[in-house]
Every structure is written in structure tokens, then in C-alpha cells.
Design a binder for this molecule. Structure first.
Ligand SMILES: [Zn+2]
Ligand SMILES: [Zn+2]
Length: 165
């Protein structure tokens, strides 16, 4: 698992990042109990996997049972939200697939497609600012240059990896 251009982060890791992001959106740290509830896993198993994410530098422990995304973790999540939004927009605009189906297809392929390919699609679509649901899409250049603010991160992405726990 590395940062930079590579996008090889597991779906499970990204679901954890999303869960932490969702629960810490108002500026508070995310609680272990909340994270495990959102992910549908037990607190001990979430605790164990969070330790792994901490060792990758994606998550930081900020108190007893309290977690936050690191800067690298936030960027990793934003890249997925970008890829998801771009693919969703492509499916709806070009292939006329309905939004719900497009979202579920995008959720299954957004981690499989290389950043370079998403960049091409994004540019063909004219760098859409919002996904078909209306959620803001952070763009790869902004993510790389740290021009991401709190408006991003609200996303239609569903936590999908429950079955693999
Ligand atoms: Zn979606
Ligand atoms: Zn959407």
C-alpha cells in the first residue's frame, strides 16, 4: 500500500476511511463504537484492523477509542470519491443508466480502474463538479495540491465490503 499515483488500497481499507470520515465530519474524532456500528463489525475486530491502518499511516489514534484520518488517509479517500463520481457521471451521461444502478456499478469498479484512465474519462466529461446525485467531486489536481476542503467527502458511496469481514 503506497500513496502517490498508485491506487492500490483495499476496499476494506477504504470503507474504514469512509466510516471514520463520516463520523468525524463535524470536527470530532471518530469513536470506535461508531466506526464498528457503521461497518457492521465487532469493536474488537474494528480495533484490530484500525491498528493496521495506523501502521500504513492512513489513520491516527487521538485518544482512547478515538480515531481520525491522517492527511494521507484523507487524500486516499478523496481519490476514491473522485473516481466514483467520474465513473457514475459517465454511466449516467453516456450510457443513460439510471443513477442508482450507476452508483452500484461504480462502487464495484472504482478501485479497479487506474488513475490515468479516470483522468481521461474525467477530462472527456469536462471535469464534472458534481456526481449525478449532486455531491461535490474533488478533483485529482486539487487533491494532489491540497486544495480540498470540508465540502468534499459527502458522497453517495455505500459501504460494500461487509460480506468480506
Ligand atoms: Zn455513487
Ligand atoms: Zn453520486
Amino acid at each position: 500500500m503506497r500513496e502517490g499515483n498508485s491506487y492500490r488500497v483495499s476496499r476494506r481499507a477504504l470503507d474504514y476511511l469512509l466510516a471514520i470520515y463520516i463520523t468525524s465530519r463535524r470536527g470530532n474524532a471518530a469513536r470506535l463504537t461508531e466506526i464498528s456500528r457503521i461497518l457492521g463489525v465487532s469493536a474488537p475486530s474494528a480495533h484490530e484492523y484500525l491498528a493496521e491502518l495506523i501502521s500504513y499511516g492512513l489513520v491516527a489514534k487521538v485518544g482512547r477509542g478515538l480515531y481520525r484520518l491522517t492527511h494521507a488517509g484523507e487524500k486516499t479517500l478523496m481519490r476514491r470519491i473522485w473516481a466514483h463520481g467520474v465513473l457514475e457521471e459517465m454511466l449516467v451521461r453516456i450510457f443513460k443508466i439510471d443513477v442508482g444502478a450507476a452508483c452500484s456499478i461504480a462502487s464495484q469498479i472504482d478501485l479497479e480502474i487506474r488513475v490515468e484512465e479516470i483522468e481521461k474519462i474525467c477530462s472527456v466529461l469536462g471535469h464534472p463538479k458534481r456526481c449525478p446525485h449532486g455531491y461535490a467531486i474533488p478533483h485529482i489536481e486539487d487533491i494532489a495540491e491540497d486544495r480540498i476542503d470540508q465540502g468534499y467527502g459527502r458522497s453517495c458511496i455505500r459501504i460494500t465490503s461487509r460480506a468480506s469481514f
